[in-house]
Design a protein around this ligand. Structure first.
Ligand SMILES: [Zn+2]
Length: 76
């Protein structure tokens, strides 16, 4: 098993500070742009999930977004 395969499933936990050996993951990220990019993607997903959580109490915002999407059929 490669180092990448060991580290990738743990990137989300690493982001949340839930790994016991963050130094070894950080060391791999410093030498592996592929995994660093994966971490970046995880970070974006986490931030988007946070945005969704922030918006969800305000269903009006979502209604406006949906309306805008469905009311522009000839945008293609
Ligand atoms: Zn890697």
């Amino acid at each position: 098993m490669s180092e990448c395969e060991k580290i990738r499933p743990r990137l989300a936990a690493f982001l949340h500070g839930e790994v016991e050996d963050p130094e070894s993951i950080q060391a791999h990220l410093d030498s592996c742009p592929e995994c660093a990019r994966m971490l970046d993607a995880h970070r974006k997903i986490t931030r988007l999930a946070g945005l969704v959580t922030d918006l969800s109490p305000c269903s009006d915002a979502w209604t406006k977004v949906e309306t805008r999407i469905s009311s522009s059929p000839d945008s293609s």
